[in-house]
Design a protein around this ligand. Sequence first.
Ligand code: ADP
Ligand code: MG
Length: 365
Amino acid sequence: MSRLNGRPVKIRDLGEFGLIARIKDRLPTLPASVIRGIGDDAAVSSLPSRRQLVTTVDLLIEGVHFDFSFLPPYLLGRKSLSVNLSDIAAMGAAPKYAFLSLAIPESMRIEILDEFLRGFLEAAIEHGVSLLGGDTSASPGAFFINVTLLGEGAKGELIFRHGAKPGDDLYVTGTLGDSRLGLKIAQEKRNKRISSEEKYLRDRHFNPMPRVGEGRTLGESRLVRSMIDLSDGLLSDLGHLCEESRVGARLWVERLPLSRCLRKVAGKRESADWQMALQGGEDYELLFSASPKNESRIQALGRKWKCGITRIGRIEPAESGVVIEGRSGPVDPCLFKGYDHFGGRRSKRSLSGNEKRAERAGSWK
Ligand code: ADP
Ligand code: MG
């Protein structure tokens, strides 16, 4: 631990400019497209011709979206960028430049900031993202993080939520529900020993892997008509895609991709794995639709990816709404309204203060 006159060094000892210098000192060399990064009134970069700019922003607040007693600062740093990377991936774009604004309580130890930055910059380097600026302020209470991420893609290669057509196949990358079960495990077993399967699920929640390369490849392939990333849960995000495209959809429950760890841990708890896959949030997988004529080419792309892809349903006319086909016929959508499996988020039952805090601390939405 860094010490000053025998006590831990706090953010207030650094001051605003010391803090900005601390961030700047850690940055790797900038790419040639950047004319000016940190250190001027604004950042400047050159725009490639015939490319379109893609921008996304996320605000994360301590006590609302995360809780340090729960998520170590290094993982918080990673996840702050990862959730934005996932949004850029869902557009079929390539992430390029990040801006990081922080409001930090003055009494925070600098090690927490250093760990946060280590995670953030590590994720940035992994995905070829340069930090070009931000803003810094003292906060009277919580730690606030605001990340802006810019990306780019060629005209005609970006993929929107509104492009789905009835008859399209629906695909998803990776496996579903792991993050939600991982959060539950983290909440219940804070300091207790956990099995390797439980650890896998918990890591899926704490350290999601945004599908950046996959999203970009889907953009370049021009095989896909609509796409969204899964942050709120499959059912909810499919709802957004259908609404924007003015279509309905049919999902086949028995085809939902579930990880071996989820099956094993959910089985032991006698919880319904498929309900977790349908409703659990923060999977950060990609959900997309494509014409059936592209199926073999899309499946060929999926075979090259470690996360894989699965065809889980079909886009239908708007009048059909969203239909869930269970193992023995359609599932009554009412099942999901009062469903209390996830600690009550969608339940009519009111939550206790502790339950509400636990829900919030683990929820990034
Ligand atoms: P101004 O007062 O003109 O807004 P600042 O003093 O806030 O300038 O910022 C100086 C430089 O440091 C700018 O380039 C800004 O983008 C950068 N900067 C400030 N805070 C951060 C941060 N948290 N992360 C990265 N860059 C930052
Ligand atoms: Mg400023």
